[in-house]
Design a protein around this ligand. Sequence first.
Ligand code: UDP
Length: 506
Amino acid sequence: MATTTTTTNGAAAAANVSRRDHVVIFPFMAKGHTLPLLHFATALTAHHKTLHVTVLTTPANRAFAAGRLPPSVSLVELPFPSLPPLPAGVESTDALPCPSLYPIFLRATALLREPFAEYLASLPSPPLALVSDFFLGFTRAAAADAGVRRVVFHGMSCFSMAVCKALIVNPEAAAAAAGGGVEPGGGGAPFPVPGMPEHVGITADEVPDALVKFADAEDPVTRFLVDDVGFSDVLSWGVLVNSFAALDEAYVAPLESFYQMPGARAWLVGPLFLAAAGDTSELEEEEQEHDPDGCLAWLDDAQPGSVVYVSFGTQAHISNAQLDEIAHGLVQSGHRFLWAVRSDTWTPPAKVGPNGRVVRGWVPQRRVLAHRAVGGFVSHCGWNSVMECLAAGKPILAWPMIAEQHLNARHAANILGVGVRIDTKPGGMAAAGDVVGRAEVEEKVRALMDAEGQAGKKMRKGAAWAQREAMSAVGEGGASRVALRELVDELQRTYGDVVVDEGKIM
Ligand code: UDP
């Protein structure tokens, strides 16, 4: 496949820069993975003005990236591989017409190996580093061949990554818990996770679906993780984490223990959307444009703390029966609500009423959460959503569905104490026939929005603490700001000391 690279966004690309001040960033094609790396690109150029940053994208993702990057960041487009039955033009997980196409989507992204290697080979000298999503496992060997260090990014917290890795290398811990008396909806008693601090216990229901299936060599996602991601993650030079010390410090050492390159460490530089804020007047204007349904104007008319914001992210497919129950539960709660719905086949029950606003376009979520009218967030607990909620100082009603979202729910609601939870199972609402009823939705929304009760006050106090910590982490002298500077310094100090890739495996 021929590499067609197109440069946009700025002059740096024209010079085809490639030296110790050039950073190449390659995000995975899912909104929750791409957005934080766009923010990372913005933060790098905002705080390290001598760096040249290139973001790799594909044709159908280019406009999304271009609209969220400052002109100083270059965009290079690689052709998205064709792999039937994946429909042409589906280049991002949120565009998948059904979840069953996910494995083939992953396989298609692995075919980017050749154009990526050609791109690296076209550079006059090795860039300072490649920051690559872990799903793009092929980038490690290609980068090593080109003499480039690879910093890996997962889009997850240290807590969730460390738990997942611990369960992969200690499958008996997860298996023992799964066999240890799981109550319907309750998930059984929490069990300790090897290598994690004592206060960490998770239930069998919180074990991510991909790990439950990990022993099944026939499972297509397992096959992809083994064949295409393999050991490239743990052989990376370092790990970029969109989190901050106050949330995740206790889990940094357990996470780092899985990485094999000498001195490999986790760099906590988040929340990245706040770290990017050095360059934001332009970005804020763009966010305004990204409000096609006028959500912010609608919120302007509401009383402070009176609106529940509801979103289940860009990936979960939710049944119509479940959407109906959510609609009734929200209405019965008596609170105003703003609800971002992905399904374009579902019609809300007529009696959603004047208190409810259902939107189907892009919602400027970070600004919605920060709006004074929003009093709480009903969320699937994608890690970005959790951090955005905490940075806004709002409590969360955790309704996890897929991936590591159950672990994020435990982290936010049980460990940090900033939320309440819906009782779910792995697969949750995504699983056919597993519907949470309207009465539970109503009860939990009321609990979320009760700012005066003891539990509500405690959650809000925790959320206000997290907000202060998030702001101070990215401010001058804050832990995330310092880590970003140290990361760049360390990469520049050791430029040229490229570690020989011995293809070592655990
Ligand atoms: N997002 C947004 N508006 C939308 C849909 C999504 O701003 O209409 C953003 C959201 O703020 C978050 C990201 O997309 O930053 C979704 O990532 P998350 O990890 O929360 O969930 P995922 O979609 O990956 O499940």
